[in-house]
Design a binder for this molecule. Structure first.
Ligand SMILES: [Zn+2]
Length: 233
């Protein structure tokens, strides 16, 4: 107990982007004011134009520091970066008036999960849940086929074929009954071609769930410089 109190007393939050100390208050307690001003927010473009059959929102453009943050979140155990990004993604939910009964992170195949030790989308979902109060639903959606790493390099068409029926619902889950019509946020860290998110949504949509996609970042749509954005304000 004393140890906990001391840790709180001496705890200085550090910036998940530049690792310097953060002076509160900032919109995310884990990003300093300087880094915050340089993050590529999609302000005004949070609704992504894409080919999916359900709406998709993203908080950031996949540019500047974002690729580095996402890659380290995925492969270098920098899960503190998920903790930093989640409160900023919560603001997208708020701004866009998104409502959901649950957050469903895009799952990894169990073998990949065992290799990596964690699913970055699930960690992002947990922190997003803390910021929004929306519960995480981890057990319903399953990735039952493992897609190989080369799939990243395939053509969009090949990749779409390859991704078919990669995901399914856990039919043994008591949650399967009574899902129809309920709104859920399907969460991932990044969207590139969009095929993973579309395939992950397929069994959810087939069950009658109202799916809204949410990702931290995507390079889709054109990034506007400050001057351009100000003109369109
Ligand atoms: Zn910083």
């Amino acid at each position: 107990m004393l140890r906990g109190a001391l840790e709180r007393f001496y705890y200085i939050p550090y910036c998940a982007v530049c690792d310097e100390a953060v002076e509160p208050p900032t919109p995310s307690p884990f990003v300093c004011k300087n880094c915050l001003s340089q993050l590529p927010f999609r302000m005004g473009k949070e609704e992504v134009s894409w080919e999916g059959s359900f709406p998709l929102y993203a908080t950031f453009f996949y540019k500047d520091v974002l690729p580095g943050l996402i890659v380290s979140m995925k492969f270098s155990e920098r899960t503190d970066r998920a903790r930093a990004l989640a409160p900023l993604m919560a603001r997208t939910i708020q701004r866009q008036g998104l409502t959901a009964d649950a957050i469903i992170p895009v799952p990894l195949h169990r073998r990949r999960l065992a290799e990596r030790g964690y699913n970055q989308a699930a960690i992002l979902a947990d922190f997003l849940s803390k910021s929004t109060g929306i519960p995480v639903l981890n057990s319903l959606l399953i990735r039952h086929l493992e897609t190989d790493r080369q799939s990243e390099a395939r053509s969009v068409r090949e990749r779409k074929l390859h991704m078919r029926d990669v995901f399914c619902l856990d039919r043994t889950s008591p949650l399967v009954a009574g899902l129809a019509g309920r709104p859920v946020l399907l969460l991932d860290d990044v969207v590139t071609t969009g095929s993973t998110l579309m395939e992950a949504a397929r069994p959810l949509l087939a069950e009658g769930l109202r799916v809204t996609g949410l990702v931290a970042a995507t390079g889709r749509d054109r990034y506007l410089g400050y001057g351009e954005a100000a003109q369109q304000w």
